[in-house]
Design a protein around this ligand. Structure first.
Ligand SMILES: Nc1ncnc2c1ncn2[C@@H]1O[C@H](COP(=O)(O)OP(=O)(O)OP(=O)(O)O)[C@@H](O)[C@H]1O
Length: 349
C-alpha cells in the first residue's frame, strides 16, 4: 500500500505555470480524481508523478521517499491513457505481458500473473486477438490488465474512459471502481468529466490554471464549495451565482431555487424577478432558465436556472414573468474580490 505526497510541486513552461505550487496527499489505497477544465494542468501533473517530465521545483514523495530523481522505468507507477496505447502488432497476450518482459521479470512468473490480471478483467478469452479486433470496451480492459500485471504501487489514469461510447462508459466506470475495491491500489485519476470524478473517486482535487482550488469528497465539493471557481464548475448545471452587494456573491443550487412559491418562505435571502427564457425537459426533471432583473441594484441582467422534479410541471412558458427565491440556509456566500467562501459569521443580516 502506497502513500503519495506532492509537496510545493511546480512545472513551468516558459511563462506558463502548468502546475502551480500543488500540495496534495493521497492516502494508502485511496482513489483520487484530479478534475479540471481543458488546459488546467491535469496531464502535466500526471506526467510529473509518472516521471515522464521533471518538475521545475517541489517534491514527489512515495512512502516517505522522494522519487523526483528516479527515472520512470524505476517508478512502480502503471499508467493507463485515453488512447489505451496498445501495441497493434502484438496479440493481447503479448501486450499484457509486455511490462513483465521489459522489466525482465522471470519467465516462470508470467503465466500466473497473466492469469490473475486477465481473470480480474474478464479478458481471458481474448488472448490471441490483436487490438484491432477488439471493441473499445475490450481494449480498455486489456489496457487495464496490462497496467495491473506488473503489480504497481500506484495507478495513474489519464481520461481512460473518454474514448468509449456513452452507453458503455457508465458500465466501464463501475468496473473500474470494482477493480479498485479489489486491489486497493492507490490511484490518481485525471479527468475533465465531473460525473466520472464524482462517481468514481473517494476524494476529488479540483484544479484550474495549475492551482488546486479544493480537495474533498464529492459531497463536500457539492455542498461546500471553497470558492467561486468550484461553485461554478461542480454540478450540472452549476450553482447560480448571484451578486448580493458590492462585496458578496450568493451561490444557490438550481434545486434550491424555488419558483413562484405559493406560501410564505421563511428566511429569504434571494428574491428575484425573473423572465423565463426557456423550459428544458430532461425526463427526470425540468430546468427553468430565466433572466433575473436588477440584480444587486445595478440593473445588471443575470442568467438563472431552477431545477424542478419531473412530477412538478412548472406550468411556465417562455417570456413569462415569475419569482425565484432562495432561503438563507441553502445559500453559500463568497467574497466577490477574492472568490473565497465567506465564513458564516460574515453573513449579512
Ligand atoms: N510541453 C509543453 N510545452 C509548453 N506548454 C505546455 C506543454 N505541456 C502543457 N503545456 C501548457 O500547460 C498548461 C496545462 O496543460 P495540460 O496538458 O497539463 O492541461 P490539461 O488539464 O491536461 O488539459 P486537457 O484536458 O486539455 O488535456 C496548458 O496551458 C498547456 O498549453
Amino acid at each position: 500500500m502506497t502513500v503519495l505526497t506532492l509537496r510545493a510541486l511546480e512545472k513551468h513552461y516558459g511563462s506558463i505555470k502548468a502546475v502551480d505550487h500543488v500540495d496534495l496527499q493521497l492516502e494508502s489505497g485511496e482513489f483520487m480524481a484530479i478534475l479540471g477544465p481543458s488546459g488546467s494542468g491535469k496531464s502535466t501533473l500526471m506526467r510529473l508523478v509518472a516521471g515522464l517530465e521533471p518538475p521545475t521545483s517541489g517534491d514527489i514523495i512515495v512512502d516517505g521517499q522522494s522519487v523526483v530523481n528516479v527515472p520512470p522505468q524505476h517508478r512502480n507507477v502503471a499508467m493507463v491513457f485515453q488512447s489505451f496505447a496498445l501495441y497493434p502488432h502484438m496479440t493481447v497476450r503479448d501486450n499484457i505481458l509486455f511490462p513483465l518482459v521489459s522489466r525482465k521479470v522471470p519467465k516462470q512468473e508470467h503465466e500466473a500473473r497473466l492469469q490473475k490480471a486477465t481473470s480480474m478483467l474478464g479478458v481471458e478469452n481474448l488472448l490471441d486477438r490483436r487490438p484491432s479486433r477488439l471493441s473499445g470496451g475490450q481494449q480498455q480492459r486489456v489496457a487495464l490488465a496490462r497496467a495491473l500485471v506488473r503489480d504497481p504501487e500506484l495507478f495513474v489514469f489519464d481520461e481512460p474512459l473518454s474514448a468509449l461510447d456513452a452507453q458503455i462508459r457508465s458500465r466501464a466506470r463501475a468496473e473500474l471502481r470494482e477493480l479498485h475495491d479489489q486491489t486497493r491500489i492507490t490511484t490518481l485519476y485525471v479527468t475533465h468529466d465531473q460525473v466520472e470524478a464524482m462517481g468514481l473517486a473517494d476524494r476529488v482535487a479540483v484544479i484550474n490554471e495549475g492551482r488546486l482550488h479544493q480537495v474533498g469528497t464529492p459531497q463536500e465539493l457539492y455542498n461546500d464549495p471553497a470558492d467561486l471557481f468550484v461553485a461554478g464548475f461542480i454540478g450540472n448545471p452549476p450553482m447560480n451565482l448571484i451578486p448580493l452587494d458590492e462585496t458578496t456573491v450568493a451561490g444557490l443550487r438550481p434545486e434550491h431555487m424555488l419558483v413562484d412559491p405559493e406560501e410564505d418562505v421563511p428566511d429569504l435571502l434571494i428574491d428575484l424577478a425573473v423572465t423565463i427564457e426557456h423550459i428544458e425537459y430532461l425526463g427526470s426533471e425540468w430546468l427553468a432558465h430565466g433572466q433575473a432583473r436588477a440584480v444587486a441594484g445595478n440593473g445588471q441582467q443575470l442568467h438563472v436556472i431552477a431545477r424542478l422534479p419531473a412530477s412538478a410541471h412548472p406550468g411556465l412558458v417562455s417570456g413569462q414573468e415569475c419569482r425565484m427565491v432562495g432561503q438563507r440556509k441553502d445559500v453559500c456566500l463568497f467574497d466577490r474580490a477574492s472568490g473565497k467562501r465567506q465564513v458564516q459569521a460574515e453573513v449579512p443580516a
